[in-house]
Design a protein around this ligand. Sequence first.
Ligand code: 5GP
Ligand code: MG
Length: 182
Amino acid sequence: MYDAVDRILIDRDSIADRVEQLGQQLVSGLRPAAAAGRLVVLPVMTGSLFFTADLLRHLPLSFRIQPITVSSYPGRSTTSQGIVGQTPLPPGLDGATVLLIDDILDSGRTMGHLCEQLKTAGAADVRCCVLLRKDIARAVEVDCEYVGFDIPEVFVVGYGLDYDGLYRNMPDISVLKSSVIS
Ligand code: 5GP
Ligand code: MG
């Protein structure tokens, strides 16, 4: 498994430290909505699986977790294709404050599209949180308030991020070898 990667970009200890800090930032931003019973957390599966599990353990607030599954990079593609498949949004979003959590903000198509859908579903406030944000010109501008790390334009795997369904279980975030990309 580890022969597929070139180098570690962000190691597991740095991830854990940053996730804890993000949790503290989220607690102060979301406490009023949670206290009013209006907070819904929407993790975008499968990439945000590990990030969500770690992050939400730093949020001592009341909220429901309603995962949705979105596929945007089918199979062996490493360039953004936009959303190609998605499970429906959960019911009961009218008036809610929604915390949308994804692994990475790249072209912005995924988060941009989901924000639009959430507003159409009646969400009063949509807050975006991503572990990684690529330093590129985005096709769709997304106002992302909570960002773990800004990274250069490389294709990364690990800590939930995959290539062709693999490598999600690597504890660190690493750059995929270009020879693996077909
Ligand atoms: P966007 O719609 O912003 O272009 O892409 C977001 C989605 O593309 C992410 O949720 C993620 O699944 C995938 N993605 C973008 N960049 C990377 C990357 O460097 N590595 C992996 N594994 N997935 C990526
Ligand atoms: Mg994803």
